[in-house]
Design a protein. Sequence first.
Length: 108
Amino acid sequence: MWVTGPSVADRRAAAYALAERLQAEQRRVEVLDRLNSHDTDPRRIGLMAEVLARNGIVAIVPCAEEGVPSVRDRHAASCTRYVEVCVAEREGPEESAVAAHKVLVGSS
């Protein structure tokens, strides 16, 4: 799950809100937050997310748009599920988390 948009604060808030929702459902989740990591290369983070996803862990990456197309292509080539939610299209981080949750678990 890639959480994109112009506001770093909104991306991060939505990512962590989504992680909390999924953890409450006993799902395995990892937030790959580039601001809390020395690794800021989106392709490398994309590879980490892909490996986690292939092993049944929901990887949530709050990120800007740069590097996302290459990550999307890599996930498609490996048949790894890729979902992207843009926080700019929502009223706030919580609404983004709800929308992302619906996409991931298939609820309405």
